[in-house]
Design a protein around this ligand. Sequence first.
Ligand SMILES: *Cc1c(COP(=O)(O)O)cnc(C)c1O
Length: 400
Amino acid sequence: MSKRKSCREPFIVSLSTRAVHAGEERRKFADSITTPICQTSTFTFKDSREIEDYTRRGMTHYEYGRYGNPTATIAEKRLADLEGAEDCVVFSSGMSAITTTILSLVQSGDHIVITDDSYKKTLEFCRSYLKQFAIQCTIVSFGDYAALERAIRPNTRFIFSESPTNPYLNIFDLERLREIGRRHKVLTLIDSTFATPYNQRPLEFGIDLVLQSCTKYLAGHNDILAGAVLGRKALTEKIRDLHKSMGGTIDPHCCYLLLRGLKTFPLRVARQNETALEIARWLETYPKIKRVYYPFLPSHPHYKVATTQMRGGGGVVTFETKGTMSGAKRFLDALKLCFIGPSLGGVETLITHPALVSYYNYSRKARYDLGITDTLFRLAVGIEDADDIMADLERALRCV
Ligand SMILES: *Cc1c(COP(=O)(O)O)cnc(C)c1O
């Protein structure tokens, strides 16, 4: 037999290429190059025979918008391809993906384990709302693997964590998590929003389910909310079923914007990795800076695991300035390029001051116990020129 490759053989293409093409048919409606937005709430049947072909004989057919939409299907296929997942379910927000996933995995009397610096709303849901359904939740300190293992009980269903976390960019050792999960026969879930499949691929480490807030890097333009859960079909099918009742359905037009954003996400994240690392290195040497947190800086406590399990450190840099709250406010007020606002992963650089935003109603002591000091900032770099962002920061830092 000839060793020459057949011209029909499938070819392996890189993440950047798949980000543009995965999930789409080559020929689309009216031969358009872009995926059409199927802006409809319902789908019609030609006649009674077609209904029965669908209901009784397994013919594929869309039925009603909450149960699926062609534009959403393509987004799901592309996201699954990029994450290396068998299946994906898209949602109207990251929180919708997280809460629906959690609810599909537990019953009253069950127990779950979550790490303490998870996304604030995820923690709140697990700590407060799950109690209403008699689901117990143990919150363990991030990085304490012994405590994590001790927290597991016979009725524990899963361990939920994040990597990197907000705002300290702590990195979970995914191999250790998988090993603990396997040994105790509990599922492992990772919110990988800060990493994206460009920087980290938890499923390849044996993690069971990956959660993404596509609002951030994946859509990438600070203009939509979207979420996804990814993993093997045996798990996602149950989640998809519950999603049909919970109704956190993504709008088809929003899905189009997600697909559009995904085309450039590897380019954007590669640039954001570079810019963030450059800014982190520069800040670390800057006299008015007390401390910088960035997983690809050797000074970060999880530098080693970060650089072995991730391709880049991501676009978020957390830092503490010297001085006081009033100096911190002067710094914020002097910024001209960086926008003051929550979120991350979009093309515009954003900066947030956790003490004034997410922790405004905490006492100073409670806030300091969590490490949220008066002069802590989270910078989420966009795709502007790194020199321009640094010039803006430097000018504003003179006001500290
Ligand atoms: C933003 C975010 C979420 C929530 O996603 P939404 O799309 O805002 O609902 C969850 N986890 C992490 C890590 C996030 O950054």
